[in-house]
Design a protein around this ligand. Structure first.
Ligand code: GLC
Length: 418
């Protein structure tokens, strides 16, 4: 038994991963500021240090590009233990960053942080508002096709190695890739990480972006990889709604944001795969569906979209494992319960899925997911992700967003605190 309770451990993890104004996802494996990890970190900090919470978001936005894009990694200071680092991305920005984005959860989490103490947060939120708006506008111009948010690199989706991307990845030419040295395998077991064939493709896509001078139009039209992502679309749709609520409270005109919501709501249909009975990623170059039931499909509820068929699909996948929500379909032969995004459950993603279930009135399911997530963390610790069949903790330990969602959600039943 650890003598200190899980709340205190979670706070210690956030403090321990704090590098001064920003938080790393975990020491070693991820030594920089990651976009959506940081938004969760901010939410976690808000439970005990509200000033530090706002600072986390403000620091993330110091990496925002002129175009409005908030990069997926901000390289505040050099770290030789990570590949691909700033020199490989070659974005020539200050501070150095990666050249792609990540799921835009920031507006939603900023809203939740603010709502917990509206008076105290108003000024900080007002400072962030134009930056959030610019980042949402960037998504709508640089990443939306036919009403769906498309990812130009699997890393942009935040679900790096998910089978969702396999058909798009298969078309990527890796002949010019050359030699390189991965660093992730020095931190965690290779059986849990993406394989070499995947990594070659990740780099080939990156090289295309760098050679285009990170030209968004060129990447969207001619890049080697472009897939409509249900996860990204649902997260942005929800974030638009949250940003509009913030805007209204600040007295801003939010007509533009409301229009974006309509665009994405209509676009979601493009990703409905009737054979799969679920939303599905889709290759925009070939029009083909991924035919993969991923946990991102269940973020539809979070975006306010509801279909009885989807709920049945959720229950079936969930009941096929012991702990929700598997990142890929447990009934498929390719299901790998411990490999990155090819089966494991991610506590932070569960938080968003549960929020959606709750908001759609599926309170019992939301509570079941909270209790199962709490059980994973209690038994295994604050790991990056978990095997949903037997609760084995996987990936990096002392993980920021796992600690953050313990403090804000998973550990909040009364019984679980302390
Ligand atoms: C991996 C995850 C991504 C996350 C990052 C840092 O790349 O797939 O979602 O942001 O790790 O935790």
């Amino acid at each position: 038994m650890n003598p200190i309770g899980p709340d205190e451990q979670a706070r210690a993890i956030l403090r321990g991963n704090d590098r001064g104004g920003y938080t790393v996802p975990t020491a070693g494996l991820y030594p920089y500021q990651w976009n959506w990890d940081s938004a969760f970190a901010a939410w976690g900090f808000s439970t005990f240090d509200i000033d530090r919470a706002w600072t986390e978001l403000e620091t993330l936005f110091t990496g925002q590009w002129q175009s409005g894009m908030v990069p997926h990694i901000v390289f505040h200071r050099d770290d030789p233990g990570y590949f691909p680092g700033p020199d490989v991305w070659g974005t020539k920005t200050t501070p150095p960053t990666s050249g792609i984005s990540q799921p835009p959860v920031a507006a939603s989490l900023a809203r939740w942080i603010w709502e917990a103490d509206p008076e105290a947060g108003r000024e900080r939120l007002a400072g962030l508002y134009p930056r959030l708006l610019a980042s949402h506008r960037w998504f709508m111009t640089a990443r939306v096709k036919d009403g769906a948010v498309c990812v130009t690199h699997p890393w942009e989706s935040g679900r790096d190695n998910c089978p969702d991307w396999d058909i798009g990845m298969a078309a990527v030419d890796t002949s010019g890739i050359g030699d390189y040295q991965r660093r992730d395998l020095g931190h965690v077991d290779a059986s849990m990480r993406p394989g070499k064939a995947d990594y070659d493709r990740y780099l080939a896509i990156l090289h295309f972006g760098r050679e285009s001078g990170w030209n968004d139009a060129e990447i969207l039209e001619n890049g080697p990889f472009l897939m409509a992502d249900p996860g990204m679309t649902f997260i942005l749709l929800r974030a638009h709604e949250d940003l509009a609520a913030i805007g209204r409270a600040l007295g801003e005109d939010v007509a533009e944001i409301e229009h974006w919501c309509q665009t994405l709501r209509a676009g979601a249909d493009l990703m409905w795969n009737a054979d799969l009975h679920a939303y599905d990623a889709r290759d925009m170059r070939s029009g083909r569906f991924a035919n993969n039931l991923s946990s991102a499909a269940f973020l539809a509820f979070y975006a306010g979209l509801d279909r009885p068929e989807l709920e049945r699909r959720l229950i079936r996948a969930w009941n096929a494992v012991r702990y929700g929500i598997p990142s890929a379909d447990p009934e498929e032969p390719g299901f790998e319960p411990r490999r990155y995004w090819r089966g494991p459950a991610w506590p932070f993603l569960n938080t968003l899925i549960a929020r959606g279930l709750h908001d759609r009135g599926k309170v019992g399911l939301a509570e079941r997911l909270r209790a199962e997530t709490a059980a994973l963390i209690r038994s295994g610790g604050f790991y990056e992700y978990f095997d949903p069949t037997d609760a084995t903790p996987c990936g990096g330990k002392d993980f920021t967003w796992t600690a953050a969602i313990w403090l804000t959600w998973a550990g909040r039943s009364g019984k679980e605190t302390g």
